[in-house]
Design a protein around this ligand. Sequence first.
Ligand SMILES: *Cc1c(COP(=O)(O)O)cnc(C)c1O
Length: 459
Amino acid sequence: MANEKNNIPIKIYLSEAELPKQWYNVKADMKEQHAPFLNPATLKPVTFEELCGIFITELVKQELNETDRYIDIPEEVLNFYKMVRPSPLVRATFLEKALGTPAKIYYKFEGNNTSGSHKLNSAIAQAYYAKEQGLTSITTETGAGQWGTALAMACSFFDIKLDVFMVKGSAMQKPDRVEVMKTYGAEVTPSPSMVTNVGRKISEEKPGTTGSLGCAISEAIEVCATRDKCKYALGSVLDYVLLHQSIIGLEVKTACEKYGIKPDIIIGCAGGGSNLGGLIGPFVGEKIQGKNDIRIIAVEPASCPSLTRGKYAYDFGDTGKITPLLKMYTIGNGFIPSPIHAGGLRFHGMSPIISKLYADGYIEATSVGQKEVFEAASLFSRTEGILPAPESAHAIRATIIEAEKCKETGEEKTIIFGLTGTGHFDMSAYRMYNSGEMVDSILTEEDLQKGFETIPKVD
Ligand SMILES: *Cc1c(COP(=O)(O)O)cnc(C)c1O
């Protein structure tokens, strides 16, 4: 690889011709695969046909593909990508200066589209394959609203009806997010709702609940099952979502090779693990092959610590226990995290791929508190100009911690982090921080234990 060039632009934009034409499937390079999904009724691996009952067929094929290192991006998807990609890799010089660190900090910015996050990378692919299959509608859930927004954009592009179950707490915090989805033609229902059996049941058991992603997933799947030519779409966690998000890491890798940038540390926030999986994909693939020794850090909220405090076990992806069982780091499907402002990180589990990479020691994990996250977000917005999403700010906080270590040791490390989105719809969260009303929720062992008790016993 070339040595680092002296003329690296502050903002590296690849050309349209440099846009990757294939996604990268990290599973082809993993020495061991994650455990298969299990059918909760039989505890046998879920079959292709069973998965096709819920999910779009081509996506199921991608989900189960362990051998093809590269998978072609369909032309229609590539053409859509050209409207919003390649996304820039930016040197955070002003943040470096403010920190007084010798570290070189870069961020990959995924917020430059109306949905405001990386979620669009997978949404457009999912809507495309739905259209190809002749489906007429899709159901989904959304936590913070970014996934619902991205899928609403994608579905309107391919003329597919979309129903979104949105975690009630988020819908109340961010009414404008709901309006964006409606503008793109989606129907939005706060969850738990009264329109599904599982929604009614959860509302009865936990009156006044602000909902959870796990609950919204149950509702979306239930509605999907009652309809013809309808499938359910998921915006994170699954292998095929990480596959689509690999476009992020492939672009970063191309930019690094072009300019001779050699990352020592790559940092990403982790909710369900999709942006992190996409960002690190091609790098961790090489790490597995012994070609690099990059430190990879997953950052999660202290209030929803699946990697750092969870159990590596088979669990449901949802509170209503209708999904297949996934072997992953989890704090329990019945765990309802406090309504922190990084709604996109409030999932009880973690991507099976990320879980496996973590269990096998290829990646590290850390957790950070809400207030330090917003402090980092404020510093970043003042120095770098971009108002980050609270989720993304978890990665910023962890980057600052690493950059401060470099200041102590004098090491000139190169750190790349994923800036997954903008926080324009999160002003109620910023308002809480600015007025000093924001609190950190401290999870006790007892709180965690309650969640662990909801993990099914499977050996
Ligand atoms: C959804 C979301 C996340 C977390 O989801 P992952 O699947 O872990 O990537 C992070 N940042 C933003 C802006 C999001 O919208």
